[in-house]
Design a protein around this ligand. Structure first.
Ligand code: FES
Length: 135
């Protein structure tokens, strides 16, 4: 009688332990649903990350987003039209390539200084609230 009872209790304890373990692992897997689909309209950046009168280079997307005047956002390819470097900085109204010193306007991507001769191609974007996406 006693032995049987002990067996039941042991099984009960093991069952409880398994339940606890199960809860723990299902909590860990719960974050899966936050992974956003990688589509063309994925957010590029937030408006707060693009300084007015300047811009932000998104190296992984090879896109530069600028804000020539307050509230007006533009985007261009970040690949320099001279020899293909990714542009390195934005400042003084231009998008700058460190490879050979070309500069492009933050307003329209036009060449402000060579050796590049062709403008940075524009990228179409949409601004929704404080989020900037490819159009
Ligand atoms: Fe940009 Fe030459 S690659 S200036």
């Amino acid at each position: 009688m006693n032995a049987r009872r002990r067996t039941v209790m042991t099984a009960g304890a093991a069952g409880a332990a398994a339940l606890v373990t199960g809860c723990g692992s299902s909590d860990g897997g719960g974050s899966d649903e936050s992974s956003a689909p990688a589509s063309a309209d994925a957010e590029l950046t937030g408006t707060a990350d693009v300084p007015a009168g300047g811009g932000t280079i998104l190296e992984d997307r090879k896109i530069v987003v600028t804000q020539p005047t307050e509230g007006e956002f533009k985007a261009f390819s970040a690949v320099c039209t001279h020899a293909g470097c990714v542009v390195s900085s934005v400042g003084d109204g231009t998008i700058n390539c460190a490879c050979h010193g070309s500069r492009f306007s933050i307003k329209d991507g036009a060449v402000e200084r060579g050796p590049a001769t062709r403008p940075l191609p524009a990228e179409r974007i949409t601004v929704e609230g404080d989020s900037i996406r490819l159009a």
